[in-house]
Design a protein around this ligand. Sequence first.
Ligand code: SF4
Length: 281
Amino acid sequence: MGLPIPQTLSPSSMGCYTSCPLAFKFSYVQRLPEPPSAPASKGTLVHLALQHLHWRAPEERTIEAALADLGRASRELEGDAEFSGLELTPEQLEQFRAEAEVLVRRYFELEDPTRVRTIGVELKLSAQLERVMLRGIIDRLEIDDDGELVITDYKTGSTPSERWEQKSLAGVHVYSVLCEQVFGRRPARVQLLYLSKPEAIIAEPSDVFMRGVNQRSGAVMEAVRKACSRDDFRPKTSALCDYCSFREFCPSFGGDPQQAEVVMKERAATAAGCPPLPLAV
Ligand code: SF4
């Protein structure tokens, strides 16, 4: 019997399918819970702090304000399972917060936020293309000095190699398409702000890029539909396997994918102190 077909694609789910169809099945078809990870949680915390910063009036966006916003974000996320599940010791928590503060301080090396004309943060957008419904969350949308739209995406991981840079930009061009479809205007620029280095990667969405998103997202959706109808998702090993939450269930590493659903749901329920979640039928 075929598997349920995801109704939408996002930059992350498209990237996931392209990198490894089996990891896509675990994450986006079976929707298996993944254990919390410190780097991902740090990213969530820093994104929320910068979100608060850009809600402020431009002249208030100082480093001191950003650090206060980091504290506020930290308090807001304290009870969230993504954070409590990390089970950090007091020393680890201190280190975690110190690293988040470094990222926030480095943000100020990339731009002066008092000069940014922010018009939206954390914008959830979706649009129907020819063969697929796309969705995504834009970290920040602003207007530049020429009145043009600019999309900004914050990255809290390491700066990618040249090869991965193209993959990262492919994801960001999905945001350009969403922006054009929803607001009727193509952004003049999309920028990835890598806070850890810090480094900015900037691209101008051309007709070629926009057509590329349409074709690529349609092709990925077709492939996902076929894979779901045959339950045929193959593992594709790469450097990403080192960070894969499902590696122990991956046949490329001697695992059994059939075990993933039961084990991952049991672990999530135990971590949350709840009875096991019902299995999908
Ligand atoms: S370990 Fe590697 S090949 Fe296996 S599911 Fe994860 S990403 Fe795919």
